[in-house]
Design a protein around this ligand. Structure first.
Ligand code: AMP
Length: 215
């Protein structure tokens, strides 16, 4: 499987990817996670990216494309990958086509997670993440067992800087302006599948299994 997950921030790309990964051996490649790791470890890329991330803006295409060029060539991506948060602009999508051409592979499907802006704002303002292992919580539907403490590794559970409401509104505007045009890009190639991401946390997995069953 070589799949892209597209959707606004808070559509549940990370959560959907987790449920797919639990069933299928596939490299989950999240540019957001890779960037946050670079910020945490203080790399040059992390220092450059942080300013944009904190403001809810996209990190410049050239930095993202360089980062993905090496990631897609890694051994674990050979037998399949799930791209989460990339591509996010038309020029990233074109760069991805070139990168896949160099590796000699192609995409199987692009899954669009559909969810309203209001749902996104509600979800993201109550989202919390573990500062160490990255586990995702939601104060309304899935809070940590002990307030502020990760169930898995006991580290501190925090709110991402970019999950504050003003930043979320900005990220949504950026999504509609820069990323939504990818829907037409992949629809024209017959790769786009729409999945309602309002409720079920494994809706993409269920959808993929229906697709596979149909052959
Ligand atoms: P995410 O975890 O996917 O919501 O990404 C968090 C932030 O990382 C975004 O708001 C952007 O600032 C940055 N980011 C992640 N992926 C990309 C990308 N493909 N292109 C540009 N910026 C990105």
């Amino acid at each position: 499987m070589r799949i892209i997950l597209i959707g606004p921030p808070g559509a549940g790309k990370g959560t959907q990817a987790e449920s797919i990964k639990a069933k299928h051996p596939i490299a989950h490649i999240s540019t957001g996670d890779m960037l946050r790791e670079n910020v945490r470890s203080g790399t040059e890329l992390g220092r450059k990216a942080r300013v944009f991330m904190d403001a809810g803006q996209l990190v410049p295409d050239d930095l993202i494309i360089d980062m993905m060029r090496s990631r897609l060539r890694a051994d674990d991506a050979r037998s399949g990958f799930l791209l989460d948060g990339f591509p996010r602009t038309t020029s990233q999508a074109e760069a991805l086509d070139r990168l896949l051409g160099e590796i000699g592979t192609d995409l199987d499907a692009v899954i669009l997670l559909e969810v309203s802006d209001d749902t996104v704002v509600k979800r993201l303002t109550s989202r919390r993440v573990c500062s160490s292992c990255g586990a995702i919580y939601n104060l309304t539907v899935r809070p940590p067992k002990i307030d502020g403490v990760c169930d898995f590794c006991s580290s501190k559970v925090i709110q991402r800087d970019d999950d504050k409401e003003s930043v979320i509104r900005n990220r949504l505007a950026v999504y509609h302006e820069r990323t939504a045009p990818l829907v037409a890009y992949y629809e024209a190639r017959g790769l786009l599948h729409r999945v309602d991401a309002t409720s079920a946390k494994d809706s993409v997995l269920t959808y993929l299994e229906t697709l596979r069953a149909k052959g």
